[in-house]
Design a protein around this ligand. Sequence first.
Ligand SMILES: NC(=O)C1=CN([C@@H]2O[C@H](COP(=O)(O)OP(=O)(O)OC[C@H]3O[C@@H](n4cnc5c(N)ncnc54)[C@H](O)[C@@H]3O)[C@@H](O)[C@H]2O)C=CC1
Ligand SMILES: CCCCCC(=O)CC\C=C/C=C/C=C/[C@@H](O)[C@@H](O)CCCC(=O)O
Length: 257
Amino acid sequence: MALDGKAALVTGAAQGLGKSFSEVLLQHGAKVAMLDVAEEAGKSLKESLDQRYGADRSLFIPCDVQSQQQFKDAMQKAVDTFGQLDIVCNNAGIVDERAWEEAVSINLMGVIRGTYLALEHMNKLTGGPGGVVINVASLAGLGPLLSAPVYTATKHGVVGFTRAMADASKVSGYGVRFNLLCPDFVQTNILSALTSSLGPFAHLRDSTKHLMEKHGILDVSQVSQAFLQLLLDQTKDGEALMVLGNGSQYYPFPSLE
Ligand SMILES: NC(=O)C1=CN([C@@H]2O[C@H](COP(=O)(O)OP(=O)(O)OC[C@H]3O[C@@H](n4cnc5c(N)ncnc54)[C@H](O)[C@@H]3O)[C@@H](O)[C@H]2O)C=CC1
Ligand SMILES: CCCCCC(=O)CC\C=C/C=C/C=C/[C@@H](O)[C@@H](O)CCCC(=O)O
């Protein structure tokens, strides 16, 4: 299978998109370390996956991506268990326009933390095997959502950071590729909790609901198939794959050179 012998780590893996990414990785032969703060959901998922794929193919590690020590220890445990890491998906994220510092801490700082920790283990200049990092942004990382300005900021930050890391890696010779997944609306807990997530911008929820009606709502399986497409295309580096109701397409970033 396409990912035989590969070892992956996914954050926010216990539910929603991260759960779907973990299942696709296992279906295609990879071993997966699943990190999440949702311990019960994570343990339940691990039990289910053990039945389908065997206990040695996956690992659930309770981890808050806001904690440097927890994230460092979790990634080290994954490397100790699987021998190395070839794939890291920084997926964990929230929408919370009231507790906006937490949204920045998870959505942006957590992605930066996971990217830097992944590079520590993958960097060919320091004896690593190389690899690929896929950071989960959003269409809100490419265009603003007026009902969620901080969420928009975190996702725009993930886009800019990931593209800069791809360029830095190419010039430095790290042997690590960095790409972005930018899904449209997807039916997960984030969408279900939307009305309570917008804080001072809740009066603008109808604008986003109209956008959801216009764009449609994706199933997690549509996004995880795009995740696999991005993962398997080794020509992609510094690219953003948009996942839309009518298919997936790479965002045409303008050249500023
Ligand atoms: N659902 C949607 O419409 C879209 C979601 N996204 C992004 O996809 C990613 C996954 O979100 P969904 O699966 O939709 O939401 P979800 O709420 O179903 O799953 C998010 C997972 O992340 C975990 N998590 C939250 N904070 C964490 C932390 N501090 N440390 C570790 N794990 C943590 C949660 O426990 C949960 O299992 C997020 O980055 C989100 O911004 C992007 C575009 C669209
Ligand atoms: C706040 C809900 C976030 C839900 C999780 C997501 O990341 C979904 C993002 C999906 C689509 C985002 C589209 C952004 C479009 C903008 O470029 C602009 O066209 C929208 C203008 C209207 C508006 O701001 O509502």
